[in-house]
Ligand binder design. Structure first.
Ligand code: NOJ
Length: 751
């Protein structure tokens, strides 16, 4: 288990997976034959991608798209929803241009295409890569049936900063979990054959470092050591490259001063060199043009030369190559060979997708009709949403709601009880639904599902939504306050709106937004009614008052179409919560960045207030909830971990076993986690690093021994000379149900 990624990599490296991941044959000679016929203008056209009918970035001045396609100025379209239009565009590209090269359509399929699943961060909270793969399989079915060939996903950026709005698109703070989830997404999207009409190409993004923008401010500077880059940021990228992700996307940010789009070290040396990856690199939205704004290129000619020179291939939405590439070629800043190599990658990609053999294979109206919004997809959406929810607190066993218990009258209150606000319970990245149209009938809100379900169980239920666009004062909360007064248990649905998260949505405050802490205080009568807080969120938030005053807290994330049903499953106990945090929840914003795999300081703090140690005068140095944390309606007892030997040599495997018992009264799932610490190395090593996990389901009283295998590779790290190695000496291995509450045993590596 611990070396799941490693064995996966070995397996994938056994052959050139990129070349094998398509049923199309004879690609290389066909690419060369076509390339030989192309003019420079046609080549630049193939390296150019322009947005279709929706915009996900700064405005793009573009002529009529059809005209550009007809004149060979475009090779790809992104973000286009209109199906008939795609057929027309493909017809023009293949029938009305000199060489008939098909278009490739790219789209952000981030948490479902038509059927909307929980946000990616929530999916990671399931700790079930297989479920994530099933989700992406469905997303690929729908997207491909609607004419999309290529998704700009997975986002495998590691982040430690909740202010950054794009947390929701990743898998959290850990490179091991992030790698497994990223690989699952690639498999789900791409299947075994890129040319099949129900698969789409994946795109690993944003390469690299984007999750580390300073101050969590969108598009900001990233600066970090090569050691941290390799240790923390690159592992998920390497894993998805080896798993055959057909494409990569440059990040917007600079990395150590050089914009990622023109960062030769990242693209040519590491991605194409060290990892021998053979795919296509696309810019982010105008990120080639933005190297000029960064002050790292003089003009479009210079930017074209630098980005292509670094190994990047396709220009998304900027038109920089259209404006500058020919000049760069004429002035000798780019060679014909460099240009040809990039064009080859685009053509190869289109061949692999089967577009040359049948440009309309993804544009079949009948398949579209039969595939989109299939009812059965919602079952997976409901399963994923329920499994992603994380129970943070459940004092006195308030949950699951028990009709035989003391509370009969329930008030469901808050702004997210029954919201029809644009994209609530989802995110900006639900573009497949089409904008600006939002078919709210597809989302089951909490009130829609919970009220009838609770009434059927015998509860009396009042629903009182709150409109937080109005002044957040007592008058606005009037109905909620009254409902709470009349009730003996409150369910408060609070948190972020759908559009609070995603690109360009960084925040400088991670407290419950829009005065909702005040709402909670007033509407729960200052915590004097037993209350369940259901948090809809896209990032870790802080909610100190609630932690201290509210009995039960459930992190529901942005759960997608099946929000209400999944929430009902959890609150009524039909599903026992089993989600675990893939990211640390800070106690206060001032602690950020705070993460589990930190280094020890020279003066670690044992107790808050201890002088001359690493802490704060005005608060704890520990988080509100640690990475890996999540409760269940049952309880699990962990025995101390055991190792099969206390010393291992290079090439040997250590077996760690831990026995877990369900000590409660109902069945439940538990993610058993395994961490290590290198006690003495050439450089300081993290206090804990996740090396394995296994999700198990136990009946009441049932006991299971979970085994993890640790090899030298799991003990290795990147040193300051960018070399990976394991130092002999002592290690600790920890097991437990989260990164904080663990038991440990020592062993050593001998060489
Ligand atoms: C910019 C975003 O950073 C990227 O993730 C996305 O894929 C593109 N826009 C296209 O929408």
């Amino acid at each position: 288990m611990a070396n799941r990624i490693f064995s996966l990599l070995l397996l994938l490296c056994a052959g050139n997976l990129i070349a094998q991941n398509t049923s199309v044959t004879n690609i290389e000679p066909r690419v060369e034959a076509l390339l030989a016929k192309m003019t420079v203008e046609e080549k630049i056209g193939q390296l150019t991608q322009m947005p279709g009918d929706i915009s996900t970035g700064t405005d793009v001045a573009k002529d009529d798209l059809l005209n550009q396609i007809r004149t060979g100025k475009l090779g790809s379209i992104l973000s286009h929803t209109n199906f008939q239009n795609k057929i027309t565009m493909q017809r023009v590209a293949t029938k009305e241009t000199r060489l008939g090269i098909p278009l490739v359509f790219g789209f952000d399929v981030i948490h479902g295409y038509k059927t909307i699943f929980p946000i990616p961060l929530a999916q990671a909270a399931t700790w079930e890569p297989d479920l994530v793969e099933r989700i992406e399989r469905i997303a690929a079915e729908e997207a491909s049936a609607d004419g999309q060939n290529w998704t700009f996903s997975p986002m495998v950026d590691i982040s430690r900063d909740p202010r950054w709005g794009r947390n929701m698109e990743g898998s959290g703070e850990d490179p091991y979990l992030g790698s497994l989830i990223g690989v699952a997404r690639v498999r789900g999207f791409q299947g075994n054959d890129l040319a099949a009409n129900n698969t789409v190409a994946a795109c690993a993004k944003h390469y690299a470092g984007y999750g580390f923008v300073e101050a969590g401010r969108e598009y900001n500077t990233v600066d970090m050591s090569e050691q941290r880059l390799r240790e923390l940021i690159l592992p998920p990228f390497e894993a998805v490259a080896k798993a055959g992700s057909a494409t990569f996307m440059n990040a917007f940010n600079t990395l150590n001063g050089t914009p990622a789009s023109m960062n030769k070290h990242l693209v040519t040396d590491i991605l194409r060199g060290e990892w021998t990856w053979k795919g296509l690199v696309v810019s982010d939205w105008n990120s080639f043009g933005e190297v000029i704004v960064h002050g790292a290129a003089a003009d479009e000619e210079d930017a074209s030369a630098k980005c292509l020179g670094a190994g990047s291939d396709m220009d998304m939405a900027g038109g920089t190559f259209q404006k500058g590439m020919k000049k760069a070629l004429d002035n000798g800043k780019v060679t014909q060979a460099q240009l040809d190599e990039a064009v080859r990658r685009v053509l190869r990609f289109k061949f692999m997708l089967g577009l040359f053999d049948d440009p309309f294979r993804y544009l079949d109206p009948k398949r579209r009709e039969a595939t989109l919004f299939k009812e059965e997809y919602r079952k997976t959406a409901r399963e994923a949403a329920a499994k992603s929810m994380v129970l943070l607190k459940n004092d006195g066993g308030l949950l699951p709601l028990n009709p035989a218990g003391p509370f009969k009258k329930i008030a469901i209150i808050g702004p997210l009880v029954d919201s029809r606000t644009y994209k609530d319970y989802m995110s900006f990245w639900t573009l497949g639904l089409g904008t600006p149209y939002y078919d709210s009938t597809k989302v089951i809100t909490p009130a829609m599902a919970l009220k009838p379900a609770l009434e059927a169980l015998g509860f009396q239920v009042t629903v009182a939504g709150v409109n937080l666009t109005a002044a957040s004062d007592e008058a606005a909360f009037k109905d909620a306050i009254q409902a709470s007064k009349d009730a003996d248990l409150i369910i408060a649905c609070v948190g972020e709106r759908g559009l609070d998260c995603g690109e360009s949505r960084s925040v400088s405050d991670i407290n419950l937004p829009r005065g909702q802490e005040r709402l909670l205080k007033i509407a729960t009568l200052n915590g004097n009614r037993p209350t369940v807080m259901v948090l809809f969120n896209s990032r870790p938030l802080t909610f100190q008052w609630a932690n201290e005053n509210i009995e039960s807290i459930l992190v529901a994330w942005q759960p997608g179409f099946e929000t209400g049903n999944a929430l009902t499953d959890i609150l009524t106990g039909k599903v026992n919560p089993g989600g675990k945090l893939p990211v640390t929840f800070p106690y206060s914003l001032g602690q950020v960045p705070i993460y589990y795999n930190a280094l020890n300081t020279g003066r670690p703090q044992e107790k808050q207030g201890q002088m001359w140690t690493s802490g704060y005068l005005d608060g704890p140095a520990t988080p509100a909830y640690p990475f890996g944390f999540g409760l269940s309606y049952t309880t699990f007892a962990y025995e101390a971990p055991k190792v099969n030997k206390t010393k291992i040599k290079s090439g040997e495997t250590l077996e760690v076993s831990v026995t877990v018992t369900n000590t409660g009264k109902i069945a439940g799932s538990e993610t058993v986690q395994c961490y290590i610490r290198d006690l003495v190395a050439d450089i300081s090593r993290p206090l804990k690093e996740l090396k394995g996990f296994e999700k198990i389901t136990l009946a009441p009283g049932e006991k299971r021994t979970v085994k993890f295998k640790i090899t030298e590779n799991d003990l290795a790290y990147w040193n300051t000379e960018a070399k990976r190695k394991a130092d002999p000496g002592k290690f600790k291995v920890f097991t437990g149900g989260n990164s904080r509450d663990v038991q440990e045993v020592e062993f050593s590596l001998e060489k």
